[in-house]
Ligand binder design. Structure first.
Ligand SMILES: Nc1ncnc2c1ncn2[C@@H]1O[C@H](COP(=O)(O)OP(=O)(O)OP(=O)(O)O)[C@@H](O)[C@H]1O
Ligand SMILES: [Mg+2]
Length: 256
């Protein structure tokens, strides 16, 4: 069976009724990849308050592929941003690689994120005035990889996501899926121990979507990278070690 046939087969078997309970065992284990406890998030805009997360506990071992799934508005991006230290929760603690990021100063946190986390944003967040290669190169520069080595690595990363031929194009000249792949190459810069991806296959056709997921799996299985993926894509379930479902800001068992 070809890989794409297998993918189709696994995908179909899952779509046809696959769901599993979500066993979450929380111990005070601080040395795992990701440990989050009692995460609450309330957004305030003017007088309006909105409770987006209502007490999330999550433990993710190193080197696993963890999915966060759930309906639109259930709090997936909010949770991922908190796990990555991009947003500060209203309450709760997050430990990454044994360090409590919710205790860190802004400077410590930005250094920690630079050294250990690659984040793929929902939307792409590419710099419009920089070419695909320069977008990736800039991420490498921020991680201390400079000059010729950064230029070489940026091309290697772009070819890993099948975009070597588009390296010199600006984001406006790339398709949505190609922009997404530049964003993925950028998140892989510097070989981070944790990769967080918000809908990484949303703009990709099934061939490129599968290539991206296979690449993330390879990083997890061979490099021990912890990969957290927010997705609506049922085909990704087949590649996951664990799936957590969110609904209305809470973890729910099974597929809501
Ligand atoms: N800055 C903000 N201010 C106020 N409310 C917000 C803010 N950001 C998100 N929300 C609200 O919090 C809830 C969760 O948003 P979030 O973006 O985490 O959802 P999501 O599960 O990622 O949805 P989607 O699948 O559509 O991306 C939504 O109801 C959203 O409107
Ligand atoms: Mg989202």
């Amino acid at each position: 069976m070809t890989i794409s046939k297998q993918f189709e087969f696994i995908g179909n078997s899952i779509i046809n009724g696959w769901s599993r309970p979500n066993p979450i065992n929380i111990y005070p284990e601080k040395s795992c990849g990701i440990f989050a406890e009692g995460i609450e998030m309330t957004y305030q805009s003017g007088k309006e308050r909105f409770v987006a997360l209502k007490g999330i506990d999550l433990q993710i071992s190193k080197g696993v592929i963890q999915l966060l799934m759930g309906p639109s508005g259930s709090g997936k991006t909010t949770l991922l941003s908190i796990l990555a230290g991009i947003l500060t929760p209203t309450n709760g603690k997050v430990h990454l690689l044994g360090k409590e990021i919710t205790k860190m100063s802004r400077k410590q946190l930005s250094r920690f994120r630079r050294d250990h986390i690659g984040f793929i944003f929902q939307g792409f967040n590419l710099f419009p005035a920089l070419t695909a290669a320069e977008n990736v190169e800039l991420a490498l520069n921020i991680k201390g990889i400079k000059g010729k080595i950064a230029r070489q690595q940026s091309l290697e990363l772009l070819s890993q996501v099948g975009l070597a031929a588009k390296a010199q194009l600006l984001p406006r000249d790339l398709s949505g899926g190609q922009k997404q792949r530049v964003a993925i190459a950028r998140a892989l810069a510097g070989n981070p121990q944790i990769i967080m991806a918000d809908e990484p296959t949303a703009d990709l056709d099934s061939h490129n979507g599968q290539a991206v997921i296979e690449l993330l799996c390879q990083l997890a299985k061979e490099g021990g990278t912890t990969v957290v993926i927010v997705t609506h894509d049922p085909r990704i379930k087949a590649f996951a070690d664990n799936i957590t479902f969110l609904e209305d800001g809470e973890i729910v068992p099974g597929d809501p």
